[in-house]
Design a protein around this ligand. Structure first.
Ligand code: DGY
Length: 424
């Protein structure tokens, strides 16, 4: 095992808090939903039992209605804001750990398939499969009540791309007033220039308060939401995870579930297909309040490739567009391109390169027979981590590692991509 691979494994061990992994010390001291799904795949490359455990600990926080929350507060910590006292979600738990009240991209089903394909432990898989299926049902009822085949986020934190330029216009409708005293902790751990701005946090917390006043009831939230975006990135992740659950249902001989998943899958695929825009050479999200396309260039434009088989001409357009985005940069693929007026090389989701986004984009390119470009991105991602460390994200102009360090999902991406390229 090479030194970097050892380091990746030891970061996962270091961030282990007893069967679940924190994304990094201090900055994110709890279990995060999509982080854990990526981390579970990282573990699966060398410790299948621990990979299953990561998902098992995540579903300890699943709500009675099926939602898997974005944060599970297994143990108290005062290094993160907003904590459980701000979320106040207690009525949605039985005897479970405290959680936040919103969700995150559902990578779970994809992680479960990845683990099962490496070591099929039927009983453990079945329990997790049922949890995942309940959460997909929640997504389609709570977040696509009009059955348009696209699921909506009601909070930018749900997208995982918190301060993406994609949300700028929709967020203008959200008030900046809050009842909560905003006591940010993130800027004590990471330079403020790399994080969302104060005004973003005011809106993030205003939204939390709005949904808390709806008693976290999905129907009430849907009606009250001042921010409601049918996001192509999250829909693509859900569609892909649905296909992965369908594969698992077939492996596990679950005929009725196969039928149900296949209906869900068709609905999501149709929804995603409707979001392709030729002039933009990618896919666009939909602001459900204004009814308008969100035309901002962000990494989300490419994520539907993980779920959709594109026509040859579309593949060619996407390939050229990714080349254009990476041109002149030390590192690609940026989350916002250099030519966009929104680009900021260090500020979180407004430019920096993220290893897990490159992993998703490469998956989508492979699924669409664009293998050479995928391998290129995978190799560059490995190289970027070897040169700059296991950071949360990277400056595409200088290559500098940014945000938190010793980051779990960056370590997981390193392991999975090296494994895929047979470099482990
Ligand atoms: C944060 O606090 O920055 C997270 O992204 C929200 O989940």
């Amino acid at each position: 095992m090479c030194d970097k691979t050892k380091e990746a494994c030891s970061i996962l061990a270091q961030n282990d808090r007893g069967g679940y992994t924190v994304p990094t010390h201090d900055l994110y001291p709890f279990q995060w939903n999509w982080d854990s799904a990526f981390v579970a795949m990282g573990f699966a490359t060398f410790n299948v039992d621990r990979a299953y455990q990561e998902l098992e600990r995540l579903v300890e926080g699943q709500w009675n209605d099926g939602m898997i929350p974005h944060i599970i507060f297994h143990q108290p910590s005062d290094t993160y804001f907003p904590g459980p006292d701000v979320w106040r979600t207690d009525q949605h738990r039985q005897t479970k750990p405290t959680t936040s009240g919103i969700t995150q991209p559902p990578v779970f089903g994809t992680a479960l398939r990845y683990i099962y394909a490496r070591h099929n432990i039927r009983e453990r898989t079945l329990i997790l499969f049922n949890a995942a299926l309940r959460s997909h049902r929640w997504w389609l009822t709570a977040r696509d009540p009009d059955q348009c085949g696209l699921v909506a986020i009601l909070h930018p934190w749900e997208s995982g791309s918190d301060n993406s330029p994609a949300w700028d216009e929709a967020l203008l409708r959200v008030s900046t007033t809050t009842k909560t005293d905003i006591q940010r902790q993130d800027t004590k751990h990471v330079n403020a220039t790399m994080r969302p701005r104060t005004i973003d946090y005011q809106r993030f917390i205003h939204l939390v308060e709005t949904y808390r006043e709806c008693d976290w009831n999905p129907k009430k939230q849907w009606l009250a939401a001042p921010f409601k975006v049918a996001d192509v990135q999250i829909t693509a992740i859900l569609a892909r995870a649905t296909a992965d659950l369908l594969w698992l249902a077939s492996e596990l001989h679950l005929t009725e579930e196969m039928q149900e998943l296949s209906t869900m899958h068709c609905r999501l695929i149709r929804g995603l297909q409707s979001r392709w825009r030729e002039n933009l050479r990618g896919f666009v999200s939909l602001d459900l309040i204004s009814g308008k396309d969100i035309e901002k260039s962000t990494q989300a434009c490419f994520i539907p490739l993980i779920a959709l088989k594109l026509e040859d001409y579309q593949c060619e357009m996407v390939r050229k567009e990714i080349d254009r985005w990476c041109h002149g940069l030390i590192l690609g693929v940026p989350t916002t391109p250099l030519f966009s007026s929104d680009f900021e090389s260090k500020r979180y989701w407004r430019g920096p390169v993220w290893a897990i986004i490159n992993w998703l984009i490469a998956d989508g390119l492979r699924y669409n027979q664009l293998r050479d470009l995928a391998v290129n991105i995978e190799r560059n991602t490995i190289d970027m981590i070897e040169r700059n460390g296991f950071c949360e994200y990277f400056d595409p102009i200088t290559g500098e590692g940014l945000g938190g360090n010793a980051f779990s999902w960056t370590a997981a991406a390193y392991l999975v991509l090296k494994h895929r390229l047979e470099l482990l």
